[in-house]
Write a protein that binds this ligand. Structure first.
Ligand code: NAD
Ligand code: UDP
Length: 317
């Protein structure tokens, strides 16, 4: 099958592309490179089943017939979507509509990368898919959270009104190789700080929690969902919950770094806890994660070390 992946040059989009190619499909990657990088796809330079188009999906597009659309284009880290606020709202609305139009035109299936951010700062814990969330609609994170909530509404409308075969995955914090080293997410920040011998910057008192999913587990869950008939959202994330302080200590242990932990102010509206209830994914397609945080960090170290080597080489030039 020829499959369209929007956001293919990003962290998740590039791993998803690899997995789809490994399953024997052809992939058309579309990306405007606003937060992604062609370096994430450079290993596919000689892959005849991979095509790439540099394009902003907020402008309508049609690169020919496809059988499946995976819509992964969007800035994703708080640092990126704060810098690209209007663009983030645009890709969640216009961009997602344009991707849906491609699926509608060709009768293709459609799977959208939604997020645990739809739950905001949750007052239900762990989060089940039927929880409607607790989101500040005008706060600094709203450009992302509300874009994703609007995308979900738009996608449900294309399913209900036009019969497009849509799927919604609510992804919880995912990490691994190709996570941008400078996009401010906690794993990339902590690992790069530890490798550089810098202080690890814990925001707030570090008591807030996240549940970290290794990228191969996340992609397996996404592919699992893509083969079902489920149209309502499904959580895919690792239910093991860590405080951010515990995460910092895990990074110090795995890297063997002597860096110190320092405390910085907590950003506004930073969710205090987050943990997926994955009963639905387990029941629907028998998915559960296999890689724990320390193992996933070890698997990511080579990549982050190579980022450090590049950085050092750049400084010498
Ligand atoms: P990323 O920033 O690495 O990748 C996003 C990609 O989308 C980038 O390559 C970027 O250039 C591209 N893009 C952004 N706007 C675009 C536009 N208008 N047109 C074309 N391309 C555009 O982020 P990621 O972590 O790989 O996230 C991928 C998707 O998964 C996003 O939709 C994100 O919201 C979602 N998600 C990720 C996580 C996570 O923990 N990584 C969690 C929840 C949801
Ligand atoms: N965080 C932190 N130090 C950092 C970067 C992030 O303590 O250097 C915290 C952040 O405040 C949040 C958590 O780690 O509580 C996860 O942040 P991230 O940006 O990775 O993802 P999100 O907030 O979108 O879950």
């Amino acid at each position: 099958m020829r499959i369209l992946v929007t956001g293919a040059a990003g962290f998740l989009g590039s791993h998803l592309t690899d997995a789809l190619l490994a399953e024997g499909h052809s992939v058309l990657g579309v990306d405007n490179l606003c937060t992604g990088s062609l370096a994430n796809l450079s290993h596919l330079k000689h892959e005849s089943r991979f095509e790439f188009a540099e394009h902003d999906i907020c402008t309508p597009f049609d690169f020919g017939r496809v059988g499946y659309v995976f819509n992964f284009a969007s800035p994703a880290s708080p640092v990126d979507y704060s810098r690209l606020g209007p663009e983030t709202l645009a890709v969640g609305s216009d961009g997602t509509k344009n991707a849906l139009e491609v699926a509608k035109k060709y009768g293709a299936k459609f799977l959208h990368a939604s997020t645990s951010e739809c739950y905001g700062d949750p007052d239900v814990h762990p989060q089940t898919e039927d929880y409607w969330g607790h989101v500040n609609p005008i706060g600094p994170r709203s450009v992302y959270d509300e874009a994703k909530r609007f995308s979900e509404a738009l996608i449900m409308a294309y399913y209900r009104y036009y019969g497009v075969d849509t799927h919604l995955v609510r992804i919880f914090n995912t990490y691994g190789p190709r996570l941008q080293k400078n996009d401010g997410r906690v794993i990339s920040n902590f690992v790069m700080q530890a490798l550089r011998g810098e202080d690890l910057t814990v925001y707030g008192d570090g008591g807030q929690t996240r549940s970290f999913c290794y990228v191969s587990d996340e992609v397996a869950g996404i592919l699992g969902l893509s083969g079902t008939d489920e149209h309502l959202p499904v959580n895919v994330g690792n239910p093991h919950e860590w405080t951010i302080l515990e995460c910092a200590k895990a990074v110090l242990k795995v890297t063997g770094s002597a860096s110190r932990i320092v405390y910085h102010p907590l950003p506004e509206d930073d969710p205090m806890q987050r943990q997926p209830d994955i009963t639905k994914a387990k029941t629907l397609f028998g998915w559960e994660p296999k890689v724990d945080l320390e193992t996933g960090l070890r698997l990511s170290l080579e990549y982050f070390r190579s980022c450090l080597t590049e950085e050092t080489a750049d400084l010498k030039m």
